[in-house]
Design a binder for this molecule. Structure first.
Ligand code: UD1
Length: 418
């Protein structure tokens, strides 16, 4: 098992480049099975989930090569429609392959996906969307058999704007003759990025980023070189780290628009934020102030993937902050370890009331999910003394060598093996 050993108390200073977006690259890797010819994903983040996705693509018959930040995918030999059981259980994004495999091979079999333990995470909306396109679906013993021989374009309505379900329908419909319309689509920037990627391959999709997405099926797609958008969650995490340590940092390859909800809260906490075209800088006050309220919601609401990090920041802010987690029902598991570090947090259902303390204390704590794990690293950076955050592998799912980025800011953090 690997962990991060952190000596807290250093003010973070300096500049770093933000990695490519995990949540953009995973559906893009799935969509890379759609074209004829080779696809190259530039600035592909070196994270465990991207490698796991490449491994699944390999098992399906694709050739995937990872070299110096570039992922090459050749789907010419894609022939399996059965998703490998073990890998699918490990990574929830395997569900994104359902749409493109059906679009390409008209059949798909998948086991219920795994991923972070942050809630029940059903896939009913994914299946509803595919059924609306004429896919017949039978579930048996945790395995989902999809028959897409009668697939046709059509109208899909989502009761809730699910990110993954929206992306799955876009990928399933990209090669389907006719017009598919997604109503109440998710509006996250990563969905617009998937649209841009499919259109760069010759697809015809418009409306991503709004609630109505229109997909005009095309006959074929061609391989391209594509660079996914920067990771707004990685950027937000680093900004929080600087805010909590009284630091001053500048992030390049960061899109200010995508981090508005996070920057808005950090400004409320007393940070000075400077936005440039592709960069964001933050200067923190001596001590953060509490924010009045933070509620997670689908985009453009506050991102659930930044809730844990903001909660960690609230732990050392002056005053009381209230956080409501509306998206996932079980996403406050970092609270227990933060309390062990001296934080004052009361949880009632999906709500956490955080009263800031002047200083947390270093401790051995354990990451339980990706973003909660990152929150513990931030708390350790701001704490007095030494901490170890166990289960670095969960944090590695979404952050490219987080310890190295933090080291460039002067943080005392190292990876340790137990
Ligand atoms: C994606 C992101 C994840 C982020 C989440 C919400 C990727 C790889 N992951 O996950 O980091 O936290 O969006 O912004 O992009 N739901 C259903 N039925 C479904 C699907 C979802 O009830 O079929 C519910 C979920 O349980 C959850 C809510 O909808 O409560 C949001 O889930 P969704 O938007 O689908 O998130 P993901 O695509 O899994």
């Amino acid at each position: 098992m690997e962990g991060f050993r952190v000596i807290g108390g250093e003010r973070l200073r300096g500049e770093a480049r933000v990695q490519g977006a995990k949540n953009a690259v995973l559906p893009i890797l799935a969509a890379a099975i759609l074209p004829e010819g080779e696809t190259v994903i530039r600035d592909c983040p070196d994270i465990r989930d991207a490698h796991a996705m490449a491994e699944i693509l390999g098992k399906l018959g694709c050739e995937c090569q990872w070299n110096a930040g570039e992922m090459r995918i050749d789907a010419a030999n894609l022939h399996h429609w059965e998703m490998p059981d073990e890998l699918s259980k490990q990574i929830r994004s395997s569900i994104f392959l359902l749409g493109p495999i059906l679009g390409k091979l008209r059949r798909a079999t998948v086991t219920y996906p795994g991923g972070c333990e942050i809630g029940i995470r059903p896939i009913d909306l994914h299946l509803k969307g595919l059924r609306a396109l004429g896919v017949s679906i039978v579930e048996d013993g945790g395995v989902i058999y999809c028959d897409g021989r009668n697939m046709r374009a059509g109208d899909v309505y989502f009761d809730y704007p699910s990110v993954g379900a929206t992306e799955n329908v876009m990928m399933a419909a990209a090669l389907l003759p006719g017009t598919t319309i997604v109503h109440n689509a998710a509006r996250e920037p990563e969905i617009a990025d998937l649209q841009d990627f499919i259109n760069a391959m010759g697809g015809s999709i418009r409306g991503a980023g709004t609630q109505l997405i229109e997909i005009e099926g095309v006959k074929s797609l061609r391989g391209v070189c594509y660079t996914p958008i920067p990771d707004r969650i990685a950027a937000g995490t680093l900004l929080c780290a600087a805010a909590m340590t009284g630091g001053e940092i500048r992030l390049t390859n960061a899109r200010p628009w995508d981090v508005i909800p996070v920057c808005d809260k950090l400004k409320e906490m007393g940070c000075r934020i400077t936005e440039e075209k592709d960069a964001v800088a933050l200067a923190a006050p001596e001590r953060l102030r509490a924010f009045s309220q933070l509620q997670t919601n689908p985009h453009p609401g506050f991102p659930t993937d930044m809730q844990a990090q903001m909660l960690a920041a609230a732990c050392v802010a002056e005053g009381t902050s209230v956080i409501v987690e509306n998206v996932f029902e079980n996403r406050l598991s970092h609270v227990t370890d933060l309390c062990r570090m001296g934080a004052d947090i009361r949880v009632n259902g999906r709500m956490a009331v955080v009263t800031g303390v002047p200083r947390l204390s270093g401790m051995t704590v354990s990451a339980r999910d990706l973003r909660g794990g990152a929150a513990l690293v931030l708390a350790a950076l701001a704490a007095k003394g030494e901490s170890t955050v166990e289960h670095a592998e969960l944090i590695d799912r979404g952050y490219e060598r987080l310890e190295r980025t933090l080291q460039t800011f002067g943080a005392k953090i190292e990876r340790v093996r137990k």
